[in-house]
Design a protein around this ligand. Structure first.
Ligand SMILES: O=c1ccn([C@H]2C[C@H](O)[C@@H](CO)O2)c(=O)[nH]1
Ligand SMILES: [Zn+2]
Length: 138
């Protein structure tokens, strides 16, 4: 049973704008090997929207997910915390970030961060329960 609070669905977040930003990023994807473009977009706690696309490599395992580009861009543009996140594939379908990317996003979460997923809006804690984080290093 989903543990998401239904109130999350009605939170005033710019999901359509995020999807548009993710779609624009997806169109920049470099995916000659998988031919599976991905675009990711995040609302930052200062109101900006940051995005990223996946970038593959002839050494397949070196592929950078769209979320890698997104968090890199976040750091490069002054940092901040992610309030809401959305990710799309080449068909415009909402995509679940892979496990590694959930960890990448967790590092930069704002309190109460939410993600658009195939099964609705979920909190970071729902998609990565009992996460390892910076606090575990102390
Ligand atoms: O969360 C994810 C999952 C996959 N991909 C990319 C990596 C690869 O280029 C393609 C197929 O796995 O999708 C992402 O960008 N983000
Ligand atoms: Zn990933």
């Amino acid at each position: 049973m989903p543990v998401t609070d239904p109130a999350l669905e009605s939170r005033d977040l710019p999901w359509e704008e995020l999807k548009q930003a993710a779609t624009a990023a997806m169109q920049r994807a470099y995916v000659p090997y998988s031919k599976f473009p991905v675009g990711a977009a995040a609302l930052i706690d200062d109101g900006r929207i940051i995005s990223g696309c996946n970038v593959e490599n002839a050494s397949y395992g070196l592929t950078l997910c769209a979320e890698c580009a997104l968090v890199s861009s976040l750091a490069m543009t002054g940092g901040g915390r992610i309030v809401a996140f959305s990710c799309v594939d080449g068909s415009g379908n909402t995509l679940m970030p892979c496990g590694r990317c959930r960890q990448l996003l967790y590092e930069f979460r704002a309190p109460g961060m939410v993600l658009q997923t195939v099964s609705g809006i979920r909190t970071m804690d729902e998609v990565l329960p009992d996460a390892f984080g910076p606090e575990n290093l102390s």
